[in-house]
Design a protein around this ligand. Sequence first.
Ligand code: PLP
Length: 394
Amino acid sequence: MSDDASFSLDDLHSGFGTRAVHAGQQPDPATGAVMTPIYQTSTYAQAAPGDHKGHEYSRVSNPTRTALEGNLAGLEGAKHGIAFSSGVAGIDAIMKSLRPGDHVVATDDLYGGTYRLLEQVFEPLDIHTTFVDMSDPDRVEAAFTENTKLLWVETPTNPLMRVVDIETLCEMAHGHDVEVAVDNTFASPYLQQPIALGADMVLHSATKYLGGHSDLILGAVCTDSDEWAEKLRFQVKSTGASPGPMDAFLTLRGTKTLHLRMERQCENARHLATMLDDHSKVGRVRYPGLPSHPGHELAKNQMSDFGGMISFELANDDMEKALTILDEVEVFTLAESLGGVESLIEHPASMTHASIPADEREKIGLSDSLIRLSVGVETIDNLEADLRRALDQV
Ligand SMILES: *Cc1c(COP(=O)(O)O)cnc(C)c1O
C-alpha cells in the first residue's frame, strides 16, 4: 500500500471516528500511558531561563489542554484549536479583539448568554450589535454598516431551531470584508463543518455535545487563520480565560465517542419529533429533520443529520400546561444545558432565554409555551412513553 505514490499516512486518519479517537493525541512519551494524562501543574522546570519543553506556565499552555486543542482542530478540519474556560469565555475573547465603534451582526435567535454578553458587556464598551433573522440572507446584508466587522451565526438557532445558510452568508460577508464566526455547539463538528463552508472561526461550548456527559465547563474556538489564533491565544494568556487540565481531560474523553452518541441522539430525536408532530396536544414542532420544517432542505445539504435538539409549542400556547409537562416527566430531567447523554427538558422563556426581554422574545416568535428538549441516548421507548404520559396530564 505504501508503494502507491498517492497514499499518504493522513489517509489512515481521514475518517471522523478515527480523528475523534486519535487527533492531537499519542501515547505519553514518558510512560507509554495510552490516555493523555491530567497534567495537574501550574509551572514547568526550565534547564536554564527560557530552556523548556514547550510549556512555561499553565495559564498560557498545559499539555492536557494542548492535546485537546489538537483534537478539536482535527474534528473541525481547522489548523488551530484554542481552548477556553467556557463557551462564553471564547465568545468574549473574539469580541474583545474588536475595537470601540466596531459593529457586529448576530442571529436574532441565539444562546441567551451570547445575547447578554453582546448587550450588557460590549454595548456599553461601544461595540454594537444588530440582531437579525438570518433565514433570509438579504436581511443580513441590509443590516451591515461601514463599521461591521463580524457576523455571528448560530445554526440551528437556539431555541427556535431555524437553519441558517452558512455558505451563502460567508460569501456575502466576505464580499464586504466582514469575518464570520459560527457557533457550532448545537450541531457539533460531526454534523456540520463551518470552516469547510467558508467560516473564519467556529465557536464551541464543549460543555455540551463535545464533552457529552454534563460534567464539565469548557469552550473552544477553531480557525484556519494564524492571525486569529494568535489574537485568541493572546486573550487567553492576558485575561486568564484558561480551562483547567481536568476539564480538558474530560472533554478529550468525551470527543472520542462524539460520533456514537450523536448518531443515537439524532435517531432518538427524529423519533420523538415525529411522535410530537402527530400529537393532538402539541402545536408547532421545530425540528429540522421534519420535512415540514422550512429549513429542512438546507439542513439536508449543510448537515449530515439533524441533531438531538427539538423545540415544540403546545396547542393554544398555554404556558401553565407547559409548566405541568415539565413537572410530570420522569425520564427527562428539568435542567438548562444540552448535549449530554441524559435527556433534558426546559422552558426557554423562564430559563435559558429569560435574559432576553419579553417584547424581544415575542418579536422573534419565542412563545410562552415553548418547550426545548435535549434528547439523550436512553432507550427510545422509555423517552416516548415519558413524554406521552406527561402530555396526557394536560
Ligand atoms: C451553552 C452555550 C454557550 C455558552 O457556553 P458555556 O460553556 O456555557 O459558557 C454558547 N453557545 C451555545 C449555543 C450554547 O448552548
